[in-house]
Design a binder for this molecule. Sequence first.
Ligand SMILES: Cc1cc2nc3c(=O)[nH]c(=O)nc-3n(C[C@H](O)[C@H](O)[C@H](O)COP(=O)(O)OP(=O)(O)OC[C@H]3O[C@@H](n4cnc5c(N)ncnc54)[C@H](O)[C@@H]3O)c2cc1C
Length: 507
Amino acid sequence: MDSYDVVVVGGGHNALVAAAYLARAGRSVLVLEKLDHVGGAAVSERAFPGVDARLSRYSYLVSLLPDRVVADLGLRLELRSRSASSYTPAGDLLVERRPGEATAASFRALTGSDAEFERWRRWYDDLEALARALAPTMLEPLVSREHARLRVDSVARARLWDQVVERPLAETLEELFTHDLVRGVVATDGLIGTHASLRDLAANRCFLYHVVGNGSGEWRVPVGGMGAVTAELERVAREAGAEVVTGVEVSRVDADGRTAEVEFDGRVVGARFVLSGAAPATLDRLRGREPRTVAEGCQVKVNMLLERLPRFRSGVDPGVAFAGTLHLDESYAQLETAYRESAAGAVPSVLPAEMYCHTLTDPSILAPDLVERGFHTLTLFGLHTPAALFEADNAGLREQLVGRYLAGLDAVLEEPIAACLATDAEGRPCLEARTPLDLEAEVGLPRGNIFHDGLAWPFAEDDDEVGRWGVETDVANLFVCGAGARRGGGVSGIGGHNAAMAVLEAR
Ligand SMILES: Cc1cc2nc3c(=O)[nH]c(=O)nc-3n(C[C@H](O)[C@H](O)[C@H](O)COP(=O)(O)OP(=O)(O)OC[C@H]3O[C@@H](n4cnc5c(N)ncnc54)[C@H](O)[C@@H]3O)c2cc1C
């Protein structure tokens, strides 16, 4: 039987980060990926037959990947800032990347004074301070809740910790802001991939991950698409000596604390350590256990290729409106209504969603002739459509929702979005959609949860956890290295880094 120091189950971006760190530290590493390519939910693909457009098919923006991981591994990556932060057509609310006069004017027109914008400015300044305080802890052993609070208190306004961590986001937003739309735009960061009311602290946890990334909370565009991030990680892992095998599905993991066996495609390899880049629920199954119940994935993703960007009724330049995050039906009231209805088992009567155009910031994912002809990619990420809604008729509901999302967009456009869609080699519109159940089937995300399960606080929940890496299981030589690790969600490599550190420290 072949044997390795470390066998990694799954070849997502986190697994590659772990493999790279461990191989560079001299460990023999084998990565086993079920699909015919690595990257998991961090990939670029030619989604439309005969069209040379390499879309970030699932994840698309990077915030959580620490500069330190990029530097440690020598990743050749360009993460480019977007020229605008967000646009909300419902209130013609524009937020520049560095909010200035245009943002102030936009708030004034919406709310009738400068007060809301001042509050907005203070809030995001505070959150940057929070990000600077917490981000460095992500690649260290877990600190206690009290330690995290003191770090935040030392750099930020006294009540910030309470507002972000202790009290439901709903209370904080109701206290800080007066306008329903402004509250909604802030709130969406708490609901990405998270099926929760804003009165539930699950939204706070999601919010925290969306504002602390890399010490700034800025979401940037990976030049070349998300596949470029994975390609770099694969390069450094292989160059360091890791063996990366695709097209092999792991069917069993046995670990007793000192040795381990991993079975795939009728073969068995031995290992001193096993890391799971697959979701914790998947690992349960591989260990012959009952899979844990997972927080429902709740997003629909729609990818499009356009021949041109559509014009807006408001007259805003589409190159500005789509440069950042475009919010559709995401007022505070709409978000809570959609949650309430979907939690009760109904398809929401309003469908909150946000959109983003990669090619305005980075056209390199399109063939030069498509760039010249003015083509653009467009992505929609819908909230509060939990997996359970799709169980009766996945394809039917997917189609129905796509129709409703496009109608929601059309309501703010001068011309229907369908008129702008490019067509593929067979004459079909370049549009694809993925429900939570599709994501479970395609990428193995349990219940379509984009973070493998509900997000956990990025600090220890109890004393026993302080000083650990947040990747441990009940067995000493088996670690979680993927999004399911504490601090693991999103495209961050943090789970991979921390699992590698746990292995290197173990005896
Ligand atoms: C639609 C969508 C949009 C998103 N947008 C963003 C975004 O913009 N920014 C962001 O930061 N995050 C985003 N995310 C979340 C982010 O993509 C994930 O959290 C992240 O990719 C998780 O990486 P990972 O390496 O931990 O796991 P995964 O990417 O899930 O990889 C796990 C791998 O394990 C493999 N595997 C599973 N079981 C087995 C087995 N038995 N044997 C072998 N291999 C196995 C899978 O095939 C997969 O390749 C998004 C996710 C989705 C789905």
